[in-house]
Design a protein around this ligand. Structure first.
Ligand SMILES: Nc1nc2c(c(=O)[nH]1)N[C@H]1C(S)=C(S)[C@@H](COP(=O)(O)OP(=O)(O)OC[C@H]3O[C@@H](n4cnc5c(=O)[nH]c(N)nc54)[C@H](O)[C@@H]3O)O[C@H]1N2
Ligand SMILES: Nc1nc2c(c(=O)[nH]1)N[C@H]1C(S)=C(S)[C@@H](COP(=O)(O)OP(=O)(O)OC[C@H]3O[C@@H](n4cnc5c(=O)[nH]c(N)nc54)[C@H](O)[C@@H]3O)O[C@H]1N2
Ligand code: SF4
Ligand SMILES: [Mo]
Length: 691
């Protein structure tokens, strides 16, 4: 039987940012086995349980297999099956109608976590259509890191796990569960085996705390204060890299002044970390060179994300850890098409002033609309009305902050088209639902645009169901219908060839190589300086006024604790799922059958909660139900609720119980970080009680 199996090399995708090289066994157009490829650039054979379950996505009996058009009331769950030409015609007519009546900007193009090339093809479509409004979840996912990095040192400083570090700081990054942004944990674990030390900054005892020299168990939501206190210690104790600071930074004295008040004693009260431990952490980071900061979502799911990210880049800089092997680096891209060119940014020169968030005074360089501002545009027509949306690879009803408001916004749209592989709470509110082909079913390119200096080949392994189309094909066909043939292709696969053109490789040749990476080059600033106005790392931003931000990372006092909501709510992503995705995959659901809230046993006792009880979690914004489980890995005042839950087994007309256990019923989109429009998702005042 083994003889009938065909083995295909590809890369894992869509169960997170992707990245693990796979060997996939195929028989009769069915995947029969998935193995890690020992030659994988990022994973060296590693695989997680999501990858093993990933073929189940393809054959699920309830998978979307035909375009659908709403029948009756929005959200009633009644559909007519339609053909592809008809589906494209309906979308085309509606988006054109909206463009004619309200202007192209009244159509939003929305994407969730980028999954492959489709994200960039969507931006291309928006640009060609004429809308400046591509909406993405970057407000809470990577934009703060990338853009704060860009303004401070001219690039996005990613942790270099390919070269040995003396110390790696995991700052709100749970890499053994999440393989954050395709930084596969395997590389880090190898280093730890070779003696690299770990420091973990996390409210919860994560897996890697056991291997760490230091664990700073902070109060959720206080990261910016802790980062400023690290700067205080390192500057006060003269532990910084003098020669780097003298030659390559701008505004050191101002920064030193700014952090003077952030003494470990003062910050200890706010963060709950003993002052001596803050000192030890700061000294450790400053003295272990090279050291990398692996920064995670926690730093950017908070309204003070700009100041946290800025403070962390300043830390990297003054300790001489920027752009050195084993530090935080500017990963050089291989020779492939520049993103701006691919998305045809040239066609929409007014984007910077026209996009919705320009009105809200966000930071320069943020090119996707924060979801909170999209909702304001739909619901309040601020700064102008948005009437239609095309959504792909996203489930906003669960993923955006303030879910009830998201529901109202989706209900108010004149027209909504959603492309997905499965019916979701969001898709159930659409006018047209498109059945997408997914990973393993078409040729794709991974890691494009992630800033990690490589792209990965994801060749097709099996044929999709007959009427399931890859998003990049859908967008190409929609583009042809909406905007004419000029910028689109006869064959959508030419989009892949376009990206690869500068490399001189065809897609097939690229697949033969498996991946492309840029050269390892460090300390590029020695030749060309930093790409900032002063040519140095701008500890104080020389163009702060133009950027509409403060020049130095700020300390923000914390609001008075609220005695009605005495506990602090936060979350971590589920090892077995991607956000709200895949609760319908049996193999994963068996491993994580229900939403679990972790509560410290002392706290549970105080509220009369037993292990396994259903509890209410309440914030000033909403209430949800989850099952309580005891955990002594967290502080007694901290509560970890599960994020991403809806119930595919429930009724579509109730949007699959989207309100019952959904974390984002508890968050608000009213109080936002101005620079990126970021809501608080981690570190929210809450209370709990038995149901
Ligand atoms: N299994 C799985 N993998 C994923 C994803 C998924 O949903 N599931 N999502 C993918 C995506 S899009 C992303 S962006 C990455 C994100 O990957 P991560 O950055 O690892 O994201 P999280 O799990 O949200 O949070 C990381 C850590 O933050 C801690 N934490 C909670 N509150 C705070 C706080 O206030 N301060 C600090 N310092 N830490 C805090 C949590 O305990 C957790 O250990 O993962 C990707 N990979
Ligand atoms: N409270 C709270 N909110 C958060 C976060 C948090 O930690 N806490 N994390 C935030 C982060 S980091 C992110 S990135 C966002 C994620 O937000 P989203 O990316 O919207 O997350 P998902 O819920 O995974 O939705 C993805 C959808 O894409 C579908 N899909 C899968 N493959 C394909 C495909 O090939 N084509 C199409 N068309 N669809 C496909 C899935 O079925 C699923 O419905 O959520 C953010 N929201
Ligand atoms: S870690 Fe991510 S890329 Fe690797 S196998 Fe798991 S889901 Fe796939
Ligand atoms: Mo994300």
């Amino acid at each position: 039987m083994a003889n009938n199996i065909r083995w295909v090399k590809t890369h894992c995708a869509r169960m997170d940012h992707g990245g693990c090289a796979l060997r996939v066994g195929v028989k009769d157009n069915k995947i029969v086995e998935v193995k890690g490829d020992p030659q994988g650039y990022l994973n060296k054979g590693y695989l997680c349980s999501k990858a093993l379950a990933s073929p189940e996505r393809l054959d699920h009996p309830s998978r979307l297999r035909q375009p659908l058009k709403r029948r009756g009331q929005r959200g009633a769950g009644k559909w007519d099956q339609i053909t592809w030409p008809r589906a494209l015609m309906i979308i085309n007519e509606n988006l054109r109608r909206i463009r004619n009546e309200y202007g192209a900007r009244a159509v939003a193009f929305c994407q969730g976590m980028p999954k492959g090339l489709e994200h960039f093809v969507l931006i291309r479509l928006a640009n060609i259509f004429g809308s400046p409004n591509v909406v993405a979840v970057q407000d809470v996912c990577h934009a703060p890191r990338e853009i704060s990095g860009f303004h401070t040192c001219g690039f996005y400083p990613v942790a270099d796990y390919h070269h040995p570090s003396r110390l790696v700081v995991l700052w709100g990054s749970n890499i053994t569960s999440t393989n954050e942004e395709g930084q596969i944990c395997r590389l880090l674990l190898e280093q730890v085996k070779q003696g690299t030390e770990l420091m973990v900054v996390d409210p919860r005892r994560t897996d890697l705390v056991d291997k760490a020299r230091l664990w700073l168990q902070l109060k959720p939501g206080t990261d910016h204060a802790l980062a400023l206190s690290f700067l205080n210690v390192i500057i006060e104790e003269n532990l910084y890299d003098r020669s780097f600071v003298e030659n390559w930074t701008y505004g050191f004295n101002e920064l030193a002044n700014q952090v003077k008040a952030c003494t470990p004693e003062k910050i200890s009260e706010l963060t709950w970390i003993p002052a001596e431990l803050i000192r030890e952490g700061a000294r450790n980071y400053a003295q272990a060179r090279p050291a990398a900061i692996g920064w995670g979502n926690a730093i950017e799911q908070n309204i003070h994300t700009f100041d946290t990210a800025r403070a962390l880049v300043c830390l990297m800089a003054i300790c001489g850890n920027l752009d050195v092997a084993g530090g935080n680096i500017q990963a050089a891209e291989p020779d492939i098409l520049n993103l701006g060119k691919f998305v045809r940014a040239d066609l929409i020169p007014d984007k910077k002033t026209e996009m919705i968030h320009a009105h809200h005074g966000t930071i320069r360089g943020l090119m996707t609309v924060p979801p909170a501002f999209l909702k304001k545009a739909i619901l309040e027509e601020i700064p102008y009305a948005v009437k239609g949306a095309y959504m792909q690879c996203t489930n906003p009803l669960i993923g955006y902050a303030a879910s009830r408001q998201t529901y109202e916004a989706l209900m108010k749209l004149d027209f909504l088209a959603v492309s997905d592989i499965y019916m979701t709470p969001t898709a159930s509110l659409a006018d047209v639902v498109l059945p997408a082909a997914t990973h393993f079913e078409f040729n794709d390119i991974g890691h494009y645009g992630l800033g990690h200096g490589c792209i990965l080949a994801r060749p097709k392994v099996v044929d999709p169901p007959r009427a399931c189309w890859p998003d990049i094909k859908i967008l190409n066909e929609l583009g042809r219908a909406l905007c004419g043939e000029d910028y689109w292709f006869e064959n959508y696969e030419d989009l892949l060839e376009t990206v690869l053109e500068p490399s001189g490789l065809s897609y097939d040749q690229f697949v033969g190589q498996g991946y492309l990476k840029g050269p390892d080059r460090f300390k590029k600033y020695l030749d060309v300086g930093f790409k900032t106005p002063t040519g140095k790392v701008e500890l104080s931003l020389s163009r702060a006024e133009k950027l509409n931000v403060s020049s130095l990372p700020q300390f923000h006092p914390f609001p008075q604790e609220d005695s009605d909501y005495p506990l602090v709510l936060t979350s971590a992503k589920n090892r077995y799922y991607l956000h709200s995705s895949y609760r319908w995959i049996d193999d994963l659901r068996k491993r994580s059958p229900e939403p679990i809230t972790r509560v410290h046993p002392q706290t549970a006792a105080k509220y009369g909660i037993r292990d396994g009880d259903e509890i209410f979690i309440e914030t000033p914004h909403g209430r949800i139900t989850q099952t309580a489980r005891f955990s002594d890995k967290i502080h007694p005042r901290v509560v970890y609720a599960a994020y991403g839950w809806w119930f595919p087994e429930e009724k579509i007309a109730a949007q699959y119980e989207w309100q019952k256990s959904n974390f984002n019923m508890l968050s608000t989109a009213e109080n936002l970080g101005r620079e990126f429009g970021t809501p608080n998702l981690k570190g929210i005042s809450c209370r709990i009680r038995r149901k």
